[in-house]
Design a protein around this ligand. Structure first.
Ligand code: 5GP
Length: 209
C-alpha cells in the first residue's frame, strides 16, 4: 500500500487554522489531523485526548529524551510536539496526515522529510488578526500575551514565502475549498500515483499483445 502524504499547516495564532483543518479532514476521506502533545494547561472547554494530549513538563522531557517527537518547539512559554509513532502509523496505513504546527516545527519536519507538503494560512489583514485575538483574549490572555502573539505573528508571516502553498482565510468556505483542492492535486501527482499507473500500464501491455 502506498504511504500516506504528510501535510504541514502553519498560521499565526488567531488565524482560524484549527477550524479550517477540522473541516478539511471531515470533508475529505482518508486524511487525519495529528493531535499534538503539549505541556501547557488545558483552556476551558479543551479536552485531553481531543484537542491535545496534555502532559506534564516531566512527561514532555521524557518523550524528548526518548526521541518520541518528529518535531517539537517552545511556543509562548510552553512546549508542543508531534508524536513520531502516531504519524508513522497513519501514513503506513495509507492515510494522509495534517500537522498543524508553528513555523519552527515546520522547519524541523521539512529538514527531515523532504516529501512534506507545506501550507501557510494568512489572516486577511493585520487588523482582522488583532480583532480575532482580542475576542479570544477574553478567555485566557493578558494584554502582554496578546502583544506577544501579534509580534510572533509578524515574524511568522514573513516566513510564508518558504511554504509550498499560501491561502488567505478571508472566507472560511472558500478557504476550506482551496485546502481540499490542494489535497486532491497532491494526491494526483505522478510520483504519488505511480503504483496505480504501473498497474494500468502493464495491463495495457498484456491486453495489447
Ligand atoms: P495554542 O496554544 O494556541 O493551541 O497553540 C499555539 C501554537 O502552537 C499554534 O501556532 C499551534 O499551531 C502550535 N502548535 C500546536 N501543536 C504543535 C506541535 O505539535 N508542534 C509545534 N511546533 N507547534 C504546535
Amino acid at each position: 500500500m502506498a504511504q500516506g502524504l504528510l501535510f504541514i499547516v502553519s498560521a499565526p495564532s488567531g488565524t482560524g487554522k484549527t477550524t479550517l483543518i477540522k473541516r478539511l479532514v471531515q470533508s475529505v476521506p482518508d486524511i487525519v489531523m495529528s493531535r499534538s502533545y503539549t505541556s501547557r494547561p488545558a483552556r476551558p472547554g479543551e479536552v485531553d485526548g481531543v484537542d491535545y494530549t496534555f502532559v506534564s513538563d516531566e512527561q514532555f522531557t521524557e518523550m524528548v529524551e526518548g526521541d518520541g517527537f518528529i518535531e517539537w518547539a517552545h511556543i509562548f512559554g510552553h512546549r508542543y510536539g508531534t508524536s513520531r509513532t502516531a504519524i508513522n502509523r497513519h501514513r503506513s496505513n495509507g492515510q494522509d496526515v495534517v500537522l498543524v504546527i508553528d513555523v519552527q516545527g515546520a522547519q524541523q519536519v521539512r529538514s527531515r522529510s523532504d516529501d512534506a507538503i507545506t501550507i501557510f494560512v494568512l489572516p486577511p489583514s493585520h487588523q482582522v488578526l488583532e480583532t480575532r485575538l482580542r475576542q479570544r483574549s477574553g478567555q485566557d490572555a493578558t494584554e502582554d500575551e496578546l502583544q506577544t502573539r501579534l509580534e510572533t505573528a509578524k515574524q511568522e508571516v514573513v516566513q510564508s514565502d518558504g511554504y509550498d502553498y499560501v491561502v488567505v482565510n478571508d472566507d472560511i468556505d472558500r478557504c476550506v475549498e482551496q485546502l481540499q483542492s490542494i489535497v486532491v492535486a497532491e494526491r494526483s501527482r505522478a510520483a504519488v500515483v505511480n503504483e496505480t499507473v504501473d498497474e494500468i500500464l502493464s495491463a495495457f501491455q498484456i491486453t495489447g499483445d
